[in-house]
Design a protein. Sequence first.
Length: 418
Amino acid sequence: MDKFVITGGTALRGEIPVSGSKNSALPALAAALLTSEPVILKRIPRVRDIRTMQRLLVDIGSRTEVEEETVRLHTPQIVCPEAPYELVKTMRASSLVLGPLVARCGRARVSLPGGCAIGARPINLHIFGLEQLGAHIHQAHGYIEAEAPNGLRGAVVHFDRITVTGTEDLMMAAVLAQGETVLRNAAREPEVANLAELLGKMGARIEGAGTSTIRIQGVEKLTGAEHTIIADRIEAGTFLIAGAITGGDLSITGCNPEHMSALVAKLQQAGVEVTQPDSTSLRVRGNSELRSVDMTTEEYPGFATDLQAQYMALMTQAQGIAIIVETIFENRFMHAQELARMGANIRLDGKQAIVAGPRELTGAGVIASDLRASASLVLAALVARGETVIDRVYHIDRGYEKIESKLARAGAKIRRVE
Ligand code: EPU
C-alpha cells in the first residue's frame, strides 16, 4: 500500500491547476447508459473512483475509450443491468446506475452499499423516488431489484432530506418517464446542474436544476452528446486551504470561484487574503495570524461537508476556539484523532468538534480513513514540524488527481513511497 512522506514547513507558492470534478463526472458517466448513441465527456479526472465507474459501465454493456481526459462511452445495448456488491462496496456512487438502468431497460439489480467510514449513507430516498415513478422494488440477498416493465411514469417526488446522488439518480430516471416529474427539496449542488446540462444536450427537458424544485418532462428517447465536466470545487478548496495553512501565495487556476463562495467567506473571516484575479482563478495569501472561525456544514450553497476535514486542519493553526458542526454525515470526524496525534487540540462532542489553537503540529505516522480525511492529514503535514508518514493513501487516490505532483510543483516536500 502506498504512503505519502511529507516534510512540513514550506510555504506553497505558484500555481496549481484544478481537475474536472469527480462528483460531477460520476453521474455524467452513468447518464451515458440512457442512450444507445455515443456520449463524449471531457475533463474527466483521472482518479480511482472514475476507473471503478468505467469498469461498472463496461460490465453493464458500454464500450469505453479513454484518451487523456476525454472518455467516449457507447452503450448500444444493456447487457447486464446490474451493479455487483464487489464494486458497490468500494464505491457507493455505483448506485447512480439504478435510475438510468430502470429508465432505459425497465429493470436493475443494484447491491445495497452497506457500511461506510463517514456514516450510514442509505439509499432509501433513491428507492422511494423510483417507487413514486412506478417502479416495483424488491429487496433480497443484499440487492435491490427494481422493475418497471411498462416504463416509468412522471410523479411528484418530495425528498425527506436533501440528497445529491439521490437527486441525480431520480433526474436520470425521470428523463425517459412518461409525463412530468417534479423533484421537490432537490439538491442544489453545481454537480446536479452540470448533469442537467448534459441531459439537456442529450434531448432531455429539464427546468430548475440548481434550485430546490426540478421539473422534468419525459421524452421518448435520448441521443448522444458531447459535454465538459465542471471544475472540482472540493479539490480547488483543498488547495486554497493548502495555501492558507502554509502561509503561502498560491493561485488556483481553472476553477469556478462562484462555487466556492462559502469557503472563501470563511477564509476571509479567518484573516486569509483571497482574491479573484480572473473569472477562473483564485489567489490565496496566507497570514501568520489566523483567527478561529466557527463553521457548520450544510448542503450547497452552504459550507461543503467535503471540505470540513480540511478546514479543521486549518483551524488547528488559528488563534482561539473554533466550533465545527457536521450536519450531513454522522461519523465524519475520523481525521480528528489523527490530527490530535500530530499535536492538535480537538475535542469531539457528538456532531461538534471543538478545536483550540494555535497548536504546533509535529510530524507523525498517521492513517488515512477516507478521502477527505486523508486530504486534511496532507494539509496538516504540510505545516507540521518534521516528517509525517500517511498510510493508506489509496483513499486520496479515489478523488484527487496526482495530488502529490500538484503540491510538489508549488514547493511542497511530498513523495509517494510503496
Ligand atoms: N441520505 C439518506 N438516504 C438516502 C440518501 C442520503 O438518509 O437515500 C442521507 C445520507 O446518509 C447523508 C445525507 O442524506 O446523511 C446526504 O447524503 P447525500 O445523498 O447527499 O450524499 P451522496 O449523494 O451519497 C454526495 C457526494 C459526497 C458528498 C455528499 C454530500 C458524490 C458521488 N458523492 O454523496 O462526496 O459528501 O454528496 O455533499 O457526489 C466525497 O467526494 O468525498 C464525498 C463523500
